[in-house]
Design a protein around this ligand. Structure first.
Ligand code: KG4
Ligand code: ZN
Length: 331
C-alpha cells in the first residue's frame, strides 16, 4: 500500500506491506514558512504541498526499493479529510493520477482513523477492546474499538483540542510555533507543583475541557510575570496530563478495555507517554504507544488505515473528492 498524507503542512508518503511492516516513510514539512505567522497559513501550505508531493512520493518508492514507473503496489491510500482543503486536494489529485497510471485502486482515508491505527504499525495483535485517546492539533477524542475498524465515541473536547491548548499556551510563553515540543522540553526542567492550575472536568465523565486551564495560565503569568517559565510550563503540563490520564482510566474501567492506546501529535509528549505507561500497568492492561515518528502526521498510518478501509468498504469512487470537515464514522 502506498500511503499519501497532505492534510495540513506535512507532505508525507509511505509504503507499508500487508502485515503493516513499514517499508519506507517520508515526511517533509512546510512549517518553517508558517513560523513567523504563529500558525499554518492555508494558502502557503497548499502551494508547498504541490511542490513537495512528487519528490516525496518518489523518495518513498525509492526507499522501499520499488520502480517509480511500475512499483507493483496493490493500492493507494490517501487522506481525504479532515484538514485544509487546498492541502488535501493535492494529495487526493496525486493519488488519483497515480492510481490511473498504475491501474490500481485508490482508497480515501479519514486522517483521524490514521492516528487511531498508528499504534498498530508497531504493536501487532492489539487485544480488544482498545481504548484510544486521540490528541492532535485539531482533535481530542476518546474512542473504543471493540471490533477492528468500528469506532465508538466515548468523549471529546468541548472547547480546545489538546494540541491547540499547548500551542496557545506556548505562544503566550513566547516559545514559538508549534508549541507542543518546546513546551514539553521546557516542562521537564520545571516544578510541576509551582502553580496549582485547575483540572477542569477531571472527575466528571469522559469529555475534556481545556479553555479554563488556558485562561488560568494566562492569569497566573499576568499576576507573577517573573515566575520561572519552566515552572509555568511544568504546572500546565501536569494539569493537562492529570486530566487526560483520569479520562483514560475512567474509559478503560467503564468499557473493560484490554488495551490503552494513544495517538496524534500530542502522543509524542514525554509526560503523557510516561503517565499512560504507568497507568496501564496500574490497571493491568496493555499499553500501545506509537513511536514518535508515527504520532505526528505521517503517511504510514494512512496506509495502515487504508488496508482496513479497502477490506471493509472497497475502493473509493473515481469521483472521490477532498472533504475538509470529513467526520469519523462512529457507531
Ligand atoms: O497530529 P498532528 O501532527 O497534526 C494534527 O493532525 O493536528 O498534531 C500536531 C499537534 C500540535 O498542536 C503540536 O504542538 C502537538 O501536536 N505536539 C505536541 C508534542 N509534539 C507535537 N504537544 C505536546 N507535546 C509534544 N511533545
Ligand atoms: Zn494529525
Amino acid at each position: 500500500m502506498l500511503g499519501i498524507e497532505t492534510s495540513c503542512d506535512e507532505t508525507a508518503a509511505a509504503v507499508v506491506d500487508a502485515d503493516l511492516e513499514v517499508c519506507s516513510s517520508v515526511v517533509v514539512s512546510s512549517i518553517a514558512l508558517h513560523e513567523r505567522f504563529g500558525g499554518v497559513v492555508p494558502e502557503l501550505a497548499g502551494r508547498a504541498q504541490v511542490e513537495a508531493v512528487s519528490p516525496v512520493v518518489a523518495q518513498a518508492l525509492d526507499e522501499a526499493g520499488l520502480d517509480r514507473a511500475a512499483p507493483g503496489v496493490a493500492a493507494i491510500a490517501v487522506t481525504r479529510g479532515p484538514g485544509l482543503v487546498g492541502s488535501l486536494l493535492v494529495g487526493v489529485a496525486a493519488a488519483k493520477a497515480l492510481g490511473l497510471a498504475w491501474g490500481v485502486p485508490v482508497v480515501g482515508v479519514n486522517h483521524l482513523e490514521g492516528h487511531l491505527v498508528a499504534a498498530r504499525l508497531e504493536h501487532r495483535d492489539l487485544v480488544a477492546p482498545v481504548v484510544t485517546l486521540l490528541v492532535s492539533g485539531g482533535h481530542t477524542l476518546l474512542v473504543v474499538e471493540r471490533t477492528e475498524g468500528r469506532y465508538e465515541l466515548l468523549g471529546a473536547t468541548i472547547d480546545d483540542a489538546v494540541g491547540e491548548a499547548y500551542d496557545k499556551v506556548a505562544r503566550y510563553l513566547g516559545l514559538g510555533y508549534p508549541g507542543g515540543p518546546p513546551l514539553d522540553r521546557l516542562a521537564a526542567t520545571g516544578d510541576p507543583a509551582a502553580f496549582a492550575f485547575p483540572r477542569p472536568l477531571r472527575d466528571a465523565g469522559l469529555d475534556v475541557s481545556l479553555s479554563g486551564l488556558k485562561t488560568a495560565v494566562v492569569r497566573a503569568v499576568d499576576a507573577a510575570p517573573d515566575a520561572p517559565v519552566e515552572d509555568v510550563a511544568a504546572s500546565f503540563q501536569a494539569a493537562v496530563v492529570d486530566v487526560l490520564l483520569a479520562k483514560c482510566a475512567r474509559a478503560v474501567r467503564e468499557v473493560g478495555a484490554a488495551t490503552l492506546s494513544i495517538g496524534g501529535g500530542v502522543a509524542a509528549n514525554a509526560a503523557l507517554r510516561a503517565g499512560a505507561t504507568a497507568l496501564a500497568a496500574d490497571l493491568g492492561v496493555r499499553c500501545a504507544l506509537p513511536s514518535l515518528a508515527y504520532c505526528t502526521d505521517n503517511a504510514a498510518m494512512i496506509a495502515a488505515a487504508g488496508f482496513g478501509r479497502l477490506r471493509a468498504d472497497g475502493a473509493s469512487p473515481d469521483a472521490m473528492g477532498a472533504d475538509p470537515s470529513l467526520a469519523l464514522a462512529l457507531r
